[in-house]
Design a protein around this ligand. Structure first.
Ligand code: FAD
Ligand code: SIN
Length: 529
């Protein structure tokens, strides 16, 4: 039997953005947090490098703003950038109060450096910052009497006026339908306020550092419910993902380059960044470094390039990168003595659901925070370690805005339960696997680091073809997490390609051979449902 549950606030996602919002609301509201799979399976737990914050005496907010805008190729919203960066020190303090054991040196927070940052400003917990942050947030949330954490729930769609017992064409959001992964039952989780914090869409690409569940669910759900999305063509490729036959998506943090790591051509031994960005070398923004590696790989017919930090003392390397060092040793690579084979891989979704400074989306009753959004912070390319920060600032903002408006938020109407009367169990799960692989492969080949209009159009034709097949399948069979994800992955791919075709210039992460110049004025690619 499919059923309904009523809550004050529904939060979809248990990463940095969702848990920050939950903790900020729980003083006075009853909050339900849903997560697909386990509670720590989002990207937050995987973050390595750290969190950017101006904390060094010689650094200023203005420096951080400038670095963010340079990386974002001017597409950022300056007001948002200034706002977020000014909040960073307070966000770090809140995390310390929750017990996150940031590295210190002589009593001060240790700051590491990453590409695109003019100063040392990355607060970190060794090379596994995200895990420490996720654990601290989760512990606080689990201990809070007003927060219910429910893993193993795959949200299918947002509930809007269309799902009211008395049909209304309104886009007002009243929660979400979620599949219980164990029982297969679908529950309507009804709430006065809903916060989307579902992370990115990285798994739309064949090679990605993102976790398995990064299938763009929140972006697709919001789009289907009527919210605008923007800048979906701005997909960030991290320059240094481990190249290894068995381990496909292990990130080698940018902090390795921050602490002196060099990129070398494995055939010639040349430090090739000298030919691409003589001034910033390996610490140029990610789009520049990723394109340089891609060019080197294509020019020399290589499988990978080398990232080498073996010139630093072995104790220094082990001390700064204990997790990576151990992981690589297990694979037979000693990074204190040998270079690491690396390739670029998709890493971060800069575009997403349009939100304002209060984390409000276009839809009444729906707020959104974190990687599923386009807030104006990142522009055409995210500066390293600015995204966890965005999760904290916008998670808090969503909570503050919900609390400030609480008395004006109407009580939910009667909602129709999930209807399964016209579907049966699938007898052809192979379709899901086939379509999933196909999407990821053509997105990698046609919509990757360097694009052309012809390749984008090829991808668009395939997306149209698969769209019909997936919708037919969705209409005929009972939902499973795989099917939900495939439908969303397909929707995300469609939005990415449509956005990429709309941008007739090269800017930041969108580089096309057909329009190699950057136009004089920067404009967001906004898609309206
Ligand atoms: P996530 O942490 O990804 O959480 C998403 C949540 O939504 C999960 O709980 C998931 O289960 C849930 N969810 C998704 N779909 C559904 C659904 N349909 N139904 C129910 N629940 C759903 N950023 C930095 O600032 N610094 C770093 O050092 C850094 N390192 C990184 C390293 C790696 C390997 C990766 C992949 C990313 C890194 N990033 C880093 C980026 C950063 O980790 C993410 O942008 C950030 O953690 C996103 O947080 P989030 O809360 O938005 O989403
Ligand atoms: C890294 O550690 O290189 C990732 C940092 C980030 O994605 O912000």
């Amino acid at each position: 039997m499919n059923e309904s549950n009523l809550h004050d606030v529904l939060i979809i996602g248990s990463g940095a953005a969702g848990l920050t919002a939950a903790l900020a609301l729980a003083g006075t509201k009853r909050v339900l947090v849903l997560a697909k799979g386990g509670l720590s399976e989002g990207a937050t737990a995987w973050a390595q490098g750290g969190i950017a914050a101006v904390l060094e005496a010689g650094d200023t907010f203005e420096n951080h703003v400038r670095d963010t805008m340079v990386a974002g190729a001017g597409l950022n919203d300056r007001e948002v950038v200034e706002h977020v960066i000014a909040q960073a020190p307070a966000s770090i303090e809140r995390l310390r109060a929750l017990g996150v054991p940031f590295n210190t040196e002589s009593g001060d927070l240790h700051l590491t450096r990453e590409g695109g940052h003019s100063h040392r400003r990355i607060v970190h917990v060794n090379d596994a910052t995200g895990w420490a942050v996720q654990e601290a947030l989760l512990k606080a949330a689990a201990e809070h009497p007003n927060i219910t954490l429910l893993p193993g729930q795959s949200c299918i769609d947002l509930i809007t006026g269309h799902h009211q017992e008395r049909f209304s064409g309104s886009g007002r959001v009243w929660g979400a339908y979620a599949l219980d992964e164990a029982s297969g039952r679908v529950t309507a989780h009804i709430a006065r306020a809903t916060v989307l914090a579902t992370g990115g869409a990285g798994r739309v690409y064949l090679f990605s550092t993102a976790p398995r569940g990064a299938t763009g669910d929140g972006i697709a759900m919001a789009w289907r419910a009527g919210a605008r999305v923007s800048n979906m063509e701005m997909m960030q490729f991290h320059p240094t993902c481990l190249y290894h036959a068995e381990v496909k998506n292990f990130l080698v943090t940018e902090a390795v380059r921050g602490e002196g790591g060099r990129l070398l051509n494995p055939r010639t031994g040349a430090r090739f960044m000298e030919a691409h960005d003589l001034e910033r070398l390996e610490l140029a923004p990610r789009d520049v470094v990723a394109r340089a590696i891609d060019a080197e790989i294509k020019r020399f017919g290589l499988d990978y390039v080398h990232l080498d930090i073996s010139h630093q003392p072995a104790d220094f390397v082990r001390g700064h990168f204990p997790t990576i060092h151990e992981k690589l040793l297990g694979l037979g690579i000693d990074m204190t003595r040998q270079p690491i084979p690396v390739v670029p891989a998709q890493h971060y979704t800069c575009g997403g659901v349009v939100v304002d400074l209060a984390a409000r989306t276009d839809l009444p009753g729906l707020w959104a925070a974190g990687e599923c959004t386009e807030s104006g912070l990142h522009g055409a390319n995210r500066l390293a370690s600015n995204s966890l920060l965005e999760c904290f600032v916008f998670g808090e903002a969503a909570a503050s805005d919900i609390l400030a408006r609480w008395d004006t938020l109407e009580a939910p109407p009667a909602i129709r339960p999930w209807d399964e009367s016209r579907v049966t169990d699938s007898d052809e799960a192979v379709v899901i696997k086939q379509n999933w692989t196909e999407i990821r492969r053509f997105m990698w080949n046609y919509v990757g680091i360097v694009r052309t209009t012809k390749r984008l159009q090829r991808a668009q034709r395939r997306i149209a073809l698969l769209g019909q097949e997936i919708e037919d399948y969705y209409g005929a069979f009972r939902v499973t997490t795989d099917l939900i994800e495939l439908r969303n992955l397909h929707q995300a791919a469609e939005l990415i390609v449509r956005s990429a075709l709309k941008r007739r210039e090269s800017r930041g992460l969108h580089y096309t051979l057909d329009y190699p110049e950057t136009t004089a004025s920067a404009a967001d690619t906004v898609l309206v449902p």
